[in-house]
Design a protein around this ligand. Structure first.
Ligand SMILES: *Cc1c(COP(=O)(O)O)cnc(C)c1O
Length: 354
């Protein structure tokens, strides 16, 4: 049996994979594959409608907000965000590679203030002492830093509206959407296959920038056309719908938060206890989604061997990002506790042999 700790594309519920596969053969009893049916067909429209409605329901999205699915992934949104929301100045918190990429795009549209950065410590913690300029159009931060295993699990206080990249921890806990002008992320961490972003937008926050926005980059285009201005990633939206159905049936984001904490605390406890290993992220900022650790100095030379040992036991995708090294276990919503237990057993067994 394989245990899927991939960072993204990542583990999806087995049920979602089976239903998506079934739709590839015969979508909604049409006798036609989801891969080859028109997005304008009467069978597909309910799919995009339901997926949109489920995001709103599951995250308790207030009135006055829109939810869209757009092709391109989170990286496309790094540019669409300032295009649509940055008039003069924006504030960004630099917590890693993704935050930096978002900041780089914003610089093409106006003044960008980096309020704080943890670059000097390879982003192993979340900066906490900083001031957000009150005249900024928005404050952008990345809630979960997929590469470094740090996470901001609260809706920060700010004098200006929040905008967040929630690619890798969306749907893992309740959020107060009303504090945000925009929440976005790539689908491939906690929702669906890759190539698509979900975007939650406060309608009133749009239309405030002076520049002209190309049609496809203007959020209003996708809102006004219900994510169907052009041909959307239909299969990905289908899988997202199945994934959201699963999530709701499991008990929603409250239940996901409980499971995430249970998985993470179990695994961190083992990392802290095991003489071979140590965690890389500051304890108070540890992510529930991406758990990063390395071999202790005196066992460093065992790193490659442990990797091979773990792979032999069915662990998939536990190699750390090259900028951090060591190991990373991504524990998204769909990861069963038995996978965490299997990884822990593997760590204990390896420790006993050394
Ligand atoms: C994976 C990831 C991205 C990049 O997503 P793409 O869909 O590949 O563009 C951006 N931000 C965060 C936090 C991520 O984890």
């Amino acid at each position: 049996m394989k245990h899927n700790f991939c960072a993204g594309p990542a583990v999806l519920p087995q049920e979602v994979i089976e239903k998506s596969a079934q739709a590839v053969y015969d979508f909604a009893g049409t006798g036609i594959s989801i891969l080859s049916i028109s997005h304008r067909s009467k069978e597909f429209q309910p799919v995009v409608d339901e997926a949109t409605a489920l995001v709103k329901e599951i995250l308790d999205v207030p009135e006055g907000y829109s939810v869209i699915f757009v092709a391109g992934g989170a990286s496309m949104e790094f540019c669409r965000i300032p295009y649509n929301f940055l008039n003069k100045k924006a504030a960004y918190l630099n917590t890693g590679v993704w935050a930096k990429k978002a900041m780089k795009e914003a610089k093409a549209f106006g003044e960008v203030v980096e309020v704080a950065s943890s670059a000097e410590a390879i982003y192993s913690y979340i900066p906490k002492d900083y001031e957000i300029p009150a005249d900024a159009d928005y404050f952008h931060f990345t809630t979960n830093n997929t590469i470094y295993g740090t996470e901001i699990r609260k809706d920060l206080d700010s004098p200006v509206p929040l905008i967040s990249d929630m690619s890798s921890d969306i749907f893992s806990r309740p959020i107060d959407v009303s504090k945000y002008n925009c929440i976005y992320g790539g689908a491939q961490k906690n929702l669906a296959p890759s190539g698509m972003a979900f975007v939650i937008i406060k309608n009133d926050a749009l239309g405030k920038v002076e520049r002209q926005i190309p049609t496809m980059l203007d959020y209003r285009t996708h809102i006004d056309n219900g994510s169907m201005f052009n041909t959307p990633p239909t299969f990905t939206i289908y899988s997202a719908m199945e994934s959201l159905r699963w999530l709701k049936a499991q008990g929603g984001v409250k239940e996901m938060a409980k499971r995430a904490e249970a998985r993470a605390s179990k695994l961190y406890s083992e990392i802290d206890r095991n003489k071979l290993f140590k965690g890389t992220a500051a304890e108070e900022d540890r992510s529930y989604m991406n758990i990063c650790w390395v071999m202790n100095e005196e066992y460093k030379e065992l790193e490659a061997d442990f990797m091979k040992f773990a792979q032999g036991k069915g662990m998939v995708g536990i190699k750390g990002h090259r900028s951090v090294g060591g190991f990373r276990a991504s524990c998204y919503n769909a990861l069963p506790m038995e996978s965490v237990d299997a990884l822990i057993a593997c760590m204990k067994e390896y420790e006993a042999a050394h």
